[in-house]
Design a protein around this ligand. Structure first.
Ligand code: AP5
Length: 215
């Protein structure tokens, strides 16, 4: 799942993983969990993430290699937030050797909408749900799903959002060209309601799966 910060990768990956009954593997979630539990990787990643920069390819590739080796990934998986650099994409090609083809979908959203989504996002401290600050909250300003307290992600502050978008354009957007010529690549319009994006995404994946390909 490719896309800029705020494109909806996590939202769509979660839906798709539930529908296909395969795990969603989000490098952002794995790193945030590592920060939360205070592991060595988490301690090193925290400052980098707070600045909106990328954790080193070496560390991230190691994290993903380890995660993909777990038994629940044997029947397929959805990657959210990885790869993010050409070096990570090359490593993923190596990891995919002997597996089904990698289907790559780019979720495209204009920059002004990305900034709007990220600056208005809050995350429930209890259940982890995303909430939009003015609409997805109860009368007390708490999570609609569970009543938990909502918090802004440290990297959703405006200056960090702009840095994340700059780094996306420099390091991650080139991946669209890296994958574009493959028969397993599709792009979907992410600037529509999440249900519509999900339908387009499912259609794109079906189209790739039914066409059949060897890469
Ligand atoms: P990560 O957690 O991956 O952050 P990101 O890519 O910046 O993605 P986001 O979670 O902000 O956005 P998203 O596209 O998932 O959108 P979402 O569905 O949440 O990474 C965080 C950091 O970890 C990185 O900056 C880096 O430091 C490090 N890191 C992670 N992976 C790495 C890697 N591979 N290499 C190196 N470093 C790495 O939606 C956003 C908001 O929009 C939500 O509020 C949602 O409800 C809303 N929304 C979603 N869809 C729609 C829609 N269709 N319409 C309206 N609103 C919508």
């Amino acid at each position: 799942m490719l896309g800029a910060p705020g494109a909806g990768k996590g939202t769509q990956a979660e839906r798709l993983a539930r529908a296909l009954r395969i795990p969603k593997i989000s490098t952002g979630d794995i790193l945030r969990e590592a920060v939360h539990t205070g592991t060595e990787i988490g301690r090193r990643a925290k400052a980098i993430m707070d600045r909106g920069e990328l954790v080193s390819d070496e560390v991230i590739i190691g994290v993903v290699r380890e995660r993909l080796a777990k038994p629940d990934a044997a029947g397929g998986f959805i990657l959210d937030g990885f790869p993010r650099t050409v070096a990570q994409a090359a490593a993923l090609d190596g990891l995919m050797n002997g597996h089904d083809p990698l289907i790559v979908v780019d979720i495209a959203v204009p920059e002004a909408e990305l900034v709007r989504r990220l600056s208005s996002r809050r995350v429930c401290e209890n259940c982890g749900a995303n909430a939009e600050v003015d609409s997805d909250v109860d009368d007390a300003g708490r999570c609609l799903r569970c009543g938990g307290r909502l918090k802004q992600r440290d990297d959703d502050k405006e200056s960090v959002i702009l840095e994340r978008l700059k780094i996306y354009r420099r390091d991650t957007e080139p991946l669209v060209d890296y994958y574009r010529t493959r028969p397993t690549f599709r792009a979907v319009n992410g600037a529509q309601p999440a249900e519509r994006v999900a339908a387009d995404l499912a259609a794109a994946i079906d189209a790739v799966a039914t066409t059949g390909t060897n890469r």
